[in-house]
Design a protein around this ligand. Structure first.
Ligand code: T6T
Length: 325
């Protein structure tokens, strides 16, 4: 169809049009995807979705990121990506404020920016405020809602009473901040539950495991933990196991890598809240392509969740949301 439209246009304009520049939609666009870190099943799954869209649209996808979730390592990767002048950048910024100026460089160079998973500023873009509103779109889970879902599930698992805490990465990350916010807002409606101080693990599962043991040592009546992302959840679950508290301290996990899913049947993890990272990647590429070919795009696209527990994990319609390795 594209080719036909181009051919008709050439005939209509006449022979001189043969020397005309290529039509925009015939160009092979290069879209860069900069993840929060490269070795995370969440972003690996996102890349697969992005690649599926790139294949369908004839786009060249470049996946380039840092080995850890940290602005100090992400910014140089971003600078290198900008230097390659891709047609658009999809990025999961690792900090709401520290990525604003580095991303503005891309914007100033005329490279459209879309943030996926995480956001900069408030995440409300294209408002004309001129601060961090320059990205075209934010494509992600509803992380406040995800935190609320986690809180309700944990409340049910612990019989609506007792001490719990959040195992989290570090402040300044939009996604995990919002999950903690939603979790605490929801638990404010559960007077029998006490939320202890959040433990920040810097995305290090070993640290999260040690913290679980230390919190348990201080609070032998601890009954639950919310792991606010993949590494926090894996670490918290390991800490519960190492403390000999499997099934007694309930674990609700954000994210659904196989290592978490395998622990649903053992009772170590009560449930996993799977995001849909492949959808985020797919719609990221589709949105960038739509913009590059002259279409308007929404400033925000929300993707869903699938709650996985031992009762539904064998269902292929559920299991398809387990992250790729
Ligand atoms: O939970 C995801 C992602 O949504 C978050 O922004 C950072 O952590 C993960 O990548 C999981 O490790």
């Amino acid at each position: 169809m594209k080719k036909l439209v181009s051919a008709l246009a050439v005939i209509a304009i006449g022979a001189s049009a043969l020397a005309a520049p290529t039509f925009a939609q015939d160009k092979k666009f290069t879209i860069a995807l900069v993840p929060g870190l490269t070795t995370d099943a969440f972003y690996i799954t996102m890349e697969k979705g992005a690649q599926a869209a790139a294949d369908a649209l004839g786009v060249n996808l470049v996946f380039q990121g840092a080995p850890d979730f940290n602005p100090v390592t992400q910014v140089p990767v971003l600078d290198a990506v900008i230097a390659r002048a891709p047609d658009a950048i999809l990025i999961a910024p690792t900090d709401t404020t520290q990525l604003v100026e580095p991303l503005r460089k891309a914007h100033d160079a005329g490279i459209p920016v879309i943030t996926v998973d995480t956001f900069i500023g408030t995440g409300v873009y294209q408002t004309g405020a001129g601060d961090a509103d320059f990205p075209l779109s934010y494509i992600a889970s509803d992380n406040v809602l995800g935190g609320q879902i986690a809180a309700r599930a944990l409340a049910t698992a612990i019989g609506d009473k007792g001490k719990v805490y959040v195992s989290n990465v570090k402040p300044g990350i939009s996604t995990t901040d919002q999950r903690e916010q939603g979790f605490k807002e929801e638990l404010a409606n559960h007077p029998g539950i006490t939320v202890l101080e959040t433990q920040y693990n810097d995305n290090d599962a070993n640290k999260a495991a040690s913290q679980l043991q230390a919190v348990f040592a201080r609070n032998p009546d601890l009954v639950g933990v919310f792991g606010a992302n993949l590494f926090s959840a894996i670490g918290a679950a390991n800490g519960v196991q190492q403390s000999g508290q499997t099934g007694t301290i309930k674990v609700v996990a954000f994210d659904a890598p196989t290592s978490i899913i395998d622990n649903l049947s053992t009772g170590l993890v009560d449930l996993a809240i799977a995001q849909h990272p492949a959808e985020i990647g797919y719609y990221g590429v589709v949105s960038a392509y739509a913009h590059l070919t002259g279409q308007s795009i929404p400033t925000a696209i929300g993707t869903g969740f699938t709650v996985i527990d031992k009762t539904n994990v064998a269902d292929p319609e559920i299991a398809k949301y387990i992250y790729s390795n």
